[in-house]
Design a protein around this ligand. Structure first.
Ligand SMILES: Cc1ncc(C[n+]2csc(CCOP(=O)(O)OP(=O)(O)O)c2C)c(N)n1
Ligand SMILES: [Mg+2]
Length: 936
């Protein structure tokens, strides 16, 4: 313990102050002392004891007590000193554990509580008399009051009322102090004025009226009623106001099924008629999707929508992102979309301004706790390449997930607990206290505005009916259902409150409710009157012209390529590139003259040419700046200073931005993010690269539910490009296959392009085609590993300055008329076959490459096959097992093009695991495949 004799009172006071602000800031011994409540110990600090002495009757405060205390040095009061220590502990307990005792459940379940919150259980017991002797000011609370006796009820109401907070886990001291002050001062919890109250009540009437009207008029149709968490809509109203006030011109909203119809009507501003028409079965939105793209459309609670909202400071756009059933999958998509809205893509690395757009995510309580994508998305918030300046997360917590109780659905106390690991403040609020809910939004926005950080509101309500309108909740939650049946609605409760406060009369309360439902009825009547008439075709801003030109010139003049190549080697004065890397890069000019342009070089030239032509690029992935295989090096690091430099962002003639970021170690969130970005940045080339292609299956939900089907379901276009390293090189079952077969199985109606380039030039032209062709679809490119440096896969300058991407590459150096077998393959196995010892022995075999697997180049394949007059058989050779790779999806296409010539399979047999774990076993298989392809 400290040698307290030497401690003067001023110093002790200073430490106490520091401790009260941040207990972690003082040494453990001092902390132990302050927290011990051990009176003797405290008394051993004579200076402190004197300082803490206060006059009875609560007239004193810390400051006032100092001077006389020091002068008079009266006998210390052991009991009081102990009480002060206990009071400090109590304050801390309210801040940390108050949420455990808060009245958050509208259904009135008793909170678990915590003994640390009970003043009578502390040692010494904080009796009312003792409380009255402890000045509030020395406790550093902001709730007001002279003494602890005054402050305690206020602390209780602040931290354990219909709102509760979790902020003490936040690691930034400044944020904690700001939040404590904001919360305890009730700065954002000012009572609403009569006008605001009236408006809030009217809104609750509309929310409830909409759900009730739909339920009564369309018995049994799914609407996923919001009732029980109705205040969600007024909270979104407030959010849009505050977002606009802080300068946002766009709010991007992501949510699931619950309450979506209400959001469409009241947040997006979709006319009631349009929603009612959906229920009437005309399904207008889907009809448009289906008509234009041969799409399937989607159920009404998945479709995206956009509206423009009038706020006090002007208009703000509101986009509701289309989402699949897969709960929470839309989270990263919303973030990416918002990021694109926030980015000025005119030059350099892109200029990110988070103030212009804002993401809001609504989560179900079960989904928030259960779905891992929530954590992956949270992990993006502070990353330079992904931040959106803070997301408002609103958990619409109805205390149930379908039929699953919270105790079955999560291991943690609150649904929101995951967010604590992300330094995020959590505001809990009882959904039956609508004014508190509004204040939660105000606090959340103030915090986001100040710290640019995510914030969570946990809105605790209930679900008035079943999971959907066809469900009977009493089968599984009989007690809860019974209780809810007699529980007044929040509109009724708030109406009664306003009557009591004299804001509204009982008649007005009823009239406003009836009027809200009346508006629905009127809209329905108007709609019914139009039945039988033709529905005007709805214009849709995301329709892609079907006949957009697809032929684009992907070649770049030699002189331009030389200029760009030279600029890409330029570094600032005094910048030292690693000498080994510098030698590698210095070979690039030689390659321009002598041939040998490798993958990384061709890619850099494709990117640079596009940026100079005004096409913005965004490239992300794990270790993508350097490239997993150390072949890219778009970002250079000074060996002496560690400083980074990206030549691509400093081209003389750049007309667009070039964003490149190493991603966090996530696939689901990162692919979702880039998909979202690509939908909001249709002019840009957005690429995501997998570390190895296999890992893309971590993003399978995004691939299945968004990338491949978003156009057919929602008319949502994207040109996202996935670069997936693929190829059998003896690295084992997991680093070989990008699961080409899965992409091919998803391919239909030209929803994707799937390619596997074998030369640097092909890759160059492919990237440029993807960027320049506005009608392009998401591109899935199987990228190479060994080929990145293979001499045979390099290209010449002429290959880039002339020509275009070829879906099929014919065999080279063969005697066409004598060829009896055509071996067709795709990707790197081509080099294994033509490089095999048995190649070239027979003149009657030709080996050609299929570079584009989907859309299958039917005509090119037909022509290729027809150019071999003596052909007797076609062999499809692949290194993947027979149940994988391209074979099963392209076989019928090949047979169609073969016109009766037999097509045979050569490759690995059916396998449960994609590749061999032992390099020797791999080598034997590769050899067998090549040999089989080449032996007649
Ligand atoms: C990834 C995923 N798994 C399962 C489902 C099926 N499902 C639909 S709603 C639901 C319960 C959701 O509960 P919660 O997140 O609390 O939202 P609530 O319906 O209560 O608003 C489930 C399991 C789904 N939609 N998505
Ligand atoms: Mg729920």
């Amino acid at each position: 313990m400290h040698d307290v004799d030497g401690v003067n009172a001023g110093y002790a006071r200073l430490l106490l102050d520091e401790y009260l602000d941040n207990p972690e800031s003082v040494s453990p011994e001092w902390r132990a002392l302050f927290e011990s409540g051990d009176t003797d110990l405290l008394l051993s600090l004579p200076g402190l004891a004197r300082l803490l002495e206060v006059r009875p009757n609560g007239h004193g405060n810390g400051q006032a007590a100092v001077a006389p205390a020091l002068e008079a040095a009266p006998e210390p009061d052991n009991l009081l000193l102990g009480a002060v220590a206990a009071a400090m502990a109590l304050v801390k307990a309210f801040r940390m554990h108050g949420h455990l005792a808060a009245r958050l459940d509208p259904l009135g379940s008793a909170p678990v509580g915590d003994p640390a919150l009970d003043p009578r259980r502390l040692e010494p017991k904080l009796t009312p008399e003792l409380q009255a002797r402890i000045p509030a000011s020395i406790l550093r609370v902001h709730v007001g009051g002279e003494t602890l006796a005054d402050a305690l009820p206020r602390l209780q109401e602040t931290y354990c009322g219909s709102m509760a907070y979790e902020i003490e886990h936040i690691s930034e001291h400044e944020q904690r102090v700001w939040l404590r002050q904001a919360i305890e001062s009730w700065r954002f919890r000012k009572p609403l004025n009569a006008e605001e109250q009236r408006r809030l009540y009217t809104r609750l009437c509309e929310v409830e009226g909409t759900e009730r009207y739909l339920r009564r008029s369309f018995l049994g149709q799914k609407q996923f009623s919001l009732e029980g968490i109705d205040v969600t809509i007024p909270m979104l109203d407030e959010s849009l106001e505050l977002a606009a006030a802080s300068g946002a011109r766009e709010v991007v909203l992501g949510m699931a099924h619950r309450g979506r119809l209400n959001v469409l009507a009241h947040t997006i501003g979709m006319p009631y008629e349009q929603i009612l028409r959906e229920f009437e079965g005309e399904r207008t939105i889907e009809v448009v999707a289906a008509d234009v793209e041969g799409g399937t459309g989607d159920v009404k609670y998945h479709l995206g929508a956009r509206g423009v909202r009038n706020t006090a400071v002007g208009k703000v756009g509101v986009t509701l992102a289309a989402n699949p059933s897969h709960l929470e999958a839309v989270d990263p998509v919303v973030e990416g979309r918002t990021r694109a809205e926030q980015t000025d893509r005119s030059s350099g690395p892109g200029l990110h301004d988070p103030s212009v757009a804002m993401p809001i995510l609504l989560h179900g309580d079960a989904a928030f706790a259960g779905q891992g994508i929530v954590a992956e998305t949270f992990n993006l918030y502070a990353l330079e390449g992904y931040s959106t300046g803070g997301t408002l997360h609103l958990i619409t917590n109805n205390q149930i997930g379908f039929t699953t109780d919270p105790a079955e659905g999560r291991s943690t106390r609150h649904s929101s607990d995951l967010a604590k690991g992300f330094d995020t403040p959590i505001i809990h609020v009882n959904a039956d206290d609508p004014e508190a809910a509004i204040s939660a939004v105000r606090l959340a926005f103030a915090y986001r505005g100040r710290f640019g950080h995510d914030v969570v509101i946990d809105l605790v309500g209930y679900r008035r009916f079943g999971h959907n309108e066809q469900d009977e909740p009493a089968y599984t939650q009989p007690l809860m259902a019974e209780q809810i049946a007699t529980h007044p609605t929040v509109r009724e409760l708030y109406g009664a409150q306003l009557v009591e406060q004299g804001v509204l009369s009982a008649e007005e309360v009823e009239e406003l409710a009836a009027a809200a439902e009346g508006r629905l009825r009127d809209a329905h009547e108007r709609l019914k009157a139009t039945f039988g008439q033709e529905i005007p075709a709805k214009s849709h801003d995301e329709v892609v012209p079907r006949d957009a030109p697809r032929g684009v010139d992907t070649s770049v003049p030699e002189a331009k390529l030389r200029e760009l190549s030279a600029e890409l080697l330029r570094v600032p004065e005094g910048f030292s590139v690693h000498p080994k890397l510098a030698r590698q890069l210095e070979r690039r000019p030689v390659a321009l003259d002598e041939g040998g342009i490798d993958w990384g070089h061709a890619e850099a030239l494709a990117f640079a040419s596009l940026v100079s032509e005004g096409i913005p690029i965004r490239l992300t992935g794990q270790d993508t700046e350097r490239g997993t295989f150390s072949h890219r090096h778009l970002v250079l690091h000074d060996v002496h200073t560690g400083e980074m430099y990206t030549p691509m962002q400093a081209l003389d003639d750049a007309h667009a931005s070039f964003e490149v970021y190493n991603s966090p170690l996530s696939e689901f969130a990162c692919v979702g993010f880039e998909y979202g970005y690509s939908t909001a940045a249709p002019e840009a080339l957005v690429l995501w690269e997998a570390q190895f292609g296999d890992f893309a299956n971590g993003a399978q939900t995004i691939i299945d539910q968004f990338i491949s089907s978003g156009l057919a379901k929602w008319k949502q276009t994207s040109r996202l490009t996935l670069l997936l390293p693929h190829g059998y090189e003896g690295n084992g079952p997991e680093h070989s296959s990008a699961r080409l077969e899965r992409f091919l199985q998803l391919a239909a109606q030209e929803n994707l392009r799937i390619t596997n380039c074998t030369t640097a030039a092909q890759y160059f032209h492919l990237l440029r085609r993807q960027a320049l062709d506005a009608s392009a679809r998401p591109l899935v490119e199987m990228t190479p590993k060994g080929l990145l440096r293979l001499r045979e896969a390099t290209s010449t300058l002429a290959d880039l300055s002339e020509g275009s991407f070829q879906p099929i590459l014919d065999a080279v150096g063969v005697d066409w008329p004598s060829v009896r077998r055509l071996v067709l393959c795709s990707g790197k196995v081509y080099y294994d076959i033509v490089g095999h010892e048995s190649a070239g022995t027979g003149k009657d075999i030709a080996v050609a490459r299929l570079e584009q697997l989907y859309p299958f180049p039917v005509e090119a394949a037909r022509q290729l096959i027809a150019s071999y007059p003596a052909l007797e058989e076609i062999v499809w050779a692949q290194e993947e097992p027979q149940n994988m790779g391209a074979w099963r999806t392209i076989r019928h296409r090949l047979e169609e093009a073969a016109g009766g010539i037999p097509v045979r399979f050569v490759g690995r047999p059916w396998r449960a695991s994609a590749a061999e774990g032992y390099p020797t076993a791999h080598a034997i298989e590769q050899d067998r495949i090549a040999r089989a392809a080449l032996t007649i």
